[in-house]
Design a protein around this ligand. Sequence first.
Ligand SMILES: CC(C)(COP(=O)(O)OP(=O)(O)OC[C@H]1O[C@@H](n2cnc3c(N)ncnc32)[C@H](O)[C@@H]1OP(=O)(O)O)[C@@H](O)C(=O)NCCC(=O)NCCS
Length: 405
Amino acid sequence: MDVQIRPCGSADEVKQAISPITHYFGRSAPNDDYAERLIRVLPAERVYGAWEDGRAVGGLGAFPFCLTIPGGRVAAAGVTVAGVLPTHRRRGLLRAMMRDLLDACHRRGEPVAYLWATEDTIYGRFGFGLASFTAEIDLPRERSAFHAPFAASERARLVPLAAAEEYLAPIYDRVAAVTPGMFARSSAWWQARILADPDWRRGRDGDLQCAVLEHGGQPTAYALYRMNWGFERGLQSGSVTVIEAIGESPEAMRGIWRYLLDIDWMARVKAWLLPLDHPLLLLLAEPRRLGLSLRDGVWVRVLDVKTALSARLYQDRGSVIIEVIDEFCPWNAGRWRVGSGGVDRTDDAPHLRCDITALGSVYLGGFTWTQLLRALRVEEVAPGAVTHADGVFQVGSAPWCPEIF
Ligand SMILES: CC(C)(COP(=O)(O)OP(=O)(O)OC[C@H]1O[C@@H](n2cnc3c(N)ncnc32)[C@H](O)[C@@H]1OP(=O)(O)O)[C@@H](O)C(=O)NCCC(=O)NCCS
């Protein structure tokens, strides 16, 4: 192959390495504004290019994330901008870039990688397992009554985007610290990614709006949203698109969603990237009206079994011995005793046998061992081991990653 795989050495090279993915968005070159914002949060040495005659024909990068997992946080590679030009597809370039990128993450001590997949057939071969679901809603506003009326004690106010970080970041931090799937956001991330409102991001929607909910003078929830107004024969036909609505208590979540559902002129409220156990399902009198649909959420790759699994919480119900098969990262292969007493290699007989993708699926708590067994993705070597493992790995809530990176 006369194509060389190597990391970028400059912001200009990053711009070239992301041009293969932007090709699929119909652009001959990356939009300058998009590239500049990306470069602020994605160090050049974490972006790999496939270079041919001085030109990038493929690219793959990894944000340096601090990812919340059940009971803790780990350094994680947020894999992004995967693209290979149609002229060079299916020659092994993604595989070669993934090899170098995951090896570098492993060397740096990042025990986990995770990503959003545009196609669900791509990443299983590299050891990524489906780790969460994401839900989408499209609710007619006139059917949005809650099951029980409440007297709001909170007040909402609109905050200009330029001043929003100081209100939003503390709320997000408190929620992200205890929500598996969320990652910590730096100030650069807030400014470059979340609160930026360039024209190219808007589509047909209006400006990015920010509402903050306060209780006793303290911010407890916020919503970022866009409105798309319209009237047909005099009747409202527009919608609110919720980009992100986060509250730090059940009351704060109820309050911010009531705010969003009560915006006049809007016929519908739409949102996506919601967790499977979102409170709206039980807050609404008519949850069927949500039109809730599910699809695959994030995919997790356990890069270092010992470090990744040691950082996770387990119920105090003994341990389970898992024999792991991992062809792409063979240092993980073998038998591991996993439980609240620690995670260690063992020669003892295994209770379960599975591919590394299964560990990715249970890692954030998005799937149970029972679900994996039903799909023939784990072998129960010792009778009853799956039920026992479910008790050990049990978590209280579904993972949630509120943004595609
Ligand atoms: C997805 C993409 C990056 C793959 O790049 P590539 O260089 O063609 O991939 P490789 O040649 O390294 O393929 C590696 C393996 O993945 C498989 N594969 C790659 N893309 C696939 C796809 N879209 N669907 C199913 N299998 C795929 C290959 O068949 C190959 O299988 P093998 O290991 O059994 O031989 C490229 O097709 C692309 O840019 N697609 C459009 C943008 C995109 O979807 N990016 C992903 C963003 S999350």
